[in-house]
Every structure is written in C-alpha cells, then in structure tokens.
Ligand binder design. Sequence first.
Ligand SMILES: [Zn+2]
Length: 414
Amino acid sequence: MKVNSIFFLILTLCLSVIFGCNSLKKVDFKNPVDTTTKQIKLQTKQTYHLKGVNVFASNEYDGARLNGFKRSNDSTATVIISPENGPINNSAYYSFKTWSNTPKPFYFTFQYPKGYKHRYVPKLKINDKWSVIDDAQIIKTDSIVTIKLNLTRTPIIVSGQELQTSTDVKQWYSNVLSGKENFVRLKNIGKSKLGRDLPVLDIYKGNKKEKPIVVLLTRQHPPEVTGFFAFKEFLKTVISDSGLSDRFLSKYRVLAFPIMNPDGVDLGHWRHNAGGVDTNRDWSKYHQPEVKQVVTYITQAGKKDKARIILGIDFHSTYEDVFYTNKIRKETTLPNFIEEWFTALEANIPNYKVNEAAGNSNSPVSKGWFLYGQKATGITYEIGDATPRDKIKLIGKVTAEQMMNILLKTKTNY
Ligand SMILES: [Zn+2]
C-alpha cells in the first residue's frame, strides 16, 4: 500500500469515529461557555467536636455541605461554607447535622467566601420531620446570618433546602411507578462522572412509533429542590389513573429525567457537577457525561421511532416563580403552546399570575437546545426558593393537567 493510501485510510477511519454512529449534533450558541472539566474541591467528611462547649457538627451524610466548624465564643460557632469551585453563582447551599451532650441553646454564624452571601432560609429536620426555621431564631447583622438552635443529644439537620439525595429520588420514583411498569419504563441510561445512576422514566401507552416526545428534566443544579418538588407533582399527574393521562399517554411519549446531576446532589454542591461544570451551560458540545448521555438518549429515541421532540421542560429554582421562555416561537413545533398554557394556568390556579421572562437563549442552556437543536418549545420552569410547598404541589399538578389538555387539542402536523 502506498503511503498516500495509508494516510487516506487513517483519515477515513478518524472521520468515521468523529462523525460516525456515535456522532451527536452539536448546537451553536451566540455566547459559548467553556464546559471542559474543571477541578473541584471535596469537603473533608468529618464530625467536628467543639471541646469546652460540647457541641458537635457533622457532614458525614449525602447532600451535606460543611467546610469548617469553629468555636467563636462560649455560645456561638462559625459555620464555614464554600462552593465546590468557582466562579459560581450565588447558590450558597449548606447542610450539616448538629447536637450536644448537654441540652442548651446555641448560636451558629454562617461564613461564606468573599463575594457570596446567605441565600437559603434554614430548613430543620428534627425527628425525621422537616420544617422551616422560625423567624425568631434568625438574627441578621448586615448580610451576616446567625441562627439560634436548642441543642439536645438528638441531632438536628440544618439545611439550605430539604435534602433530596440520589437515594431519596430513587425511592420516590420507585414508589410512584410501582404498579405502572406496563407504561412507565425505568431505565438507567448510564453513569455520572463518579458512577452514579442516570435514570430515565420512559412513559407511553401502546406503540411508541411516531409518538411526539415531551422531555422533562430536573436537578441539573443540586440545591434547586423546589423545582424538583414541582417536577414530582407534574410527573405524578402525567402518570395518574385519570382519563386525561390515559388519553395523553396514548398519543404522546414522555421522557422524564428525575436527577440530571446525582454527583452534585450527593456531594452537596452549590451548582456544578463532579466535573466542576454548570451542566446547564453544556447543551452545545456535551463535554460532561451527564448531558452527553441524556442528549444521546433523547435524540436516539426520536430517530429510532421516527418521532419529533416537541417540548422540553427543565425544572429549576430561583428567587421567585418564573417561566423562562424563548422569544422565537413561530418556527417551532408548538407555536402557540406557551400562550395557551399560561392562559390556562391563570384560569385554573386561584389568584395566580404567570411570571414570564422571554429571552433568546444565548448561552448553551437546555431550553435553547430544544429550540435550536430540535425546533421544539423549550421552557425553564423555575419555582421560588421559598414558595410554600403546598402551593408548589398545586402548581405542579395544574401545569401538567393543562399541558396534557392543550397537547390533546393541538393538531399534530409535526
Ligand atoms: Zn437552576
């Protein structure tokens, strides 16, 4: 064989590896973000003992975040919290367990690195029950937050949001799909960077061929559990025993990803995955294994079954309830969906006003991937950090019912 032909053969092989069966269509965005793997700093897992005052604090459980614990004086400890890496947005998440051998009131002052401040109102888990800390237990001096707890031998978990670890999530979906295995198919599509399961619930009734696909995502950002609470209620409604659900799932297929970033969740991260990256900026080149495998599953489901991906909803949390939408709608598979959905929500949730922020997805976020990559409707569904949990349930339920109603009425020409 001539040198030239060997070169050509190698080139062909290389190209087929790059563009061949494993090829995933990359999506370009106006403002690219470098999502190659970055270093993260792990917490030292330990139980701290403040001698003299006999107070303990521990981060030895999944979802904990406690980077240091020091005695400030006889009645106060400093709780040192830092993120997994930076730069990172201000999702100053914390979670620790504390107790004392001698019952006493004790104060805890939160300390974050420069540039970050307290965000989450503490949730307390006492005797297996979560509650929001009482206002009277919080002391604010400028932006420094101190809380007062009555310590006993029974540990109290103090957490930015209620813990929803990968184990909790698994327990939840195992329960909710129990008895519905004939139409809710649980699969593990692969592993996270550190080897945790990446589950999907693949939901439809009858034949999946050419059934339009709705994608539901959540927990890209670990502390955003209020978005996850809405996701839970939404999913529960989609797979309920109602006639609406039955008709919907006979016509549509739902791919629901209940935990996109299990490493970040269990490591108590503020925002990133174990690759030190915001996965919701990786929907362009898929450098991170979690996004890459989810995108592969979604696109292959579409290709194999000749089905269009028509709608993607990504559940998050922020300071308030808000729907981030794309301004571009005409060319999508569901040009009128957003308007009809919001009108229906206001008509069906008492005293509810939709808060919409429409933008063009300039950064590589999932809602932009649905738009530019699939010509589908993409929505970032945000629930406020402090939205009452009962209200989240109602919003989660009605948003699902109205989505199903509208899609059943929509003429399918995709
Ligand atoms: Zn988020």
